[in-house]
Design a protein around this ligand. Structure first.
Ligand code: CMP
Length: 139
C-alpha cells in the first residue's frame, strides 16, 4: 500500500551536516520526498508534537533537544512508507539499532537519535497534519 509518513531530521542531524546522506538513503530505498521544510521549533510546537510522551521522564529533555536548532520536516511517500522509514532509521536506541541503519551509523544517544518517523497510520496522519497543509504536499 502506498503510504505517507512524517520524517524529521532532528537538530543533531542538521548539525552533523548529514541531511543529504539521510535523504539519499530514503530515496535509494524507494521513498519519495513529497514535502519538505526547515523549521526551528518553538517549545510549544515541540511539546504539542510529542504530547503523547508528555508523562515520560524524558519529555522535557526531549523538547529542549528538539528546539536546540533547526530541523528538516518531510513527508515521505511510497510503498509501505511507515515501516520502510522505521527500518531505515533503526531502533530508537542507536546501541540497539541494526548495522547499516541511520541511527546505528550516526546517532549519539537514545535522545539525540538523528531522525524521527511516524510509527503507525494514525500517528502519521496526525504528525503530517501538525506540520503540513494539503497544499504543501506534492502527489
Ligand atoms: P522519536 O522516534 O522521535 O520518538 C520519541 C523520542 O523521544 C525518541 O525518538 C527519542 O529522541 C526520545 N526518547 C525515546 N525514549 C527515550 C528515552 N528512554 N530516553 C530519552 N529519550 C528518549
Amino acid at each position: 500500500m502506498i503510504e505517507k509518513t512524517l520524517s524529521i531530521i532532528k537538530p543533531d542531524g542538521v548539525r552533523k551536516n548529514i541531511i543529504g546522506e539521510v535523504i539519499k538513503r530514503f530515496e535509494a530505498n524507494g521513498l519519495k520526498v513529497a514535502a519538505a521544510k526547515m523549521k526551528h521549533l518553538s517549545l510549544k510546537e515541540a511539546q504539542g508534537f510529542y504530547a503523547v510522551h508528555s508523562a515520560r521522564p524524558f519529555f522535557s529533555s526531549l523538547c529542549e533537544f528538539m528546539t536546540s536548532g533547526p530541523v528538516l520536516l518531510m513527508v515521505l511517500k511510497g510503498e509501505g512508507a511507515i515501516a520502510k522509514n522505521r527500518e531505515l532509521m533503526g531502533a530508537t536506541d542507536p546501541a540497539k539499532a541494526a548495522p547499516g541503519t541511520i541511527r546505528k551509523d550516526f546517532a549519539d544517544s537514545i535522545e539525540s537519535n538523528i531522525a524521527h518517523g511516524s510509527d503507525a497510520p494514525e500517528t502519521a496522519a496526525f504528525e503530517i497534519g501538525y506540520f503540513f497543509s494539503g497544499l504543501e504536499i506534492f502527489e
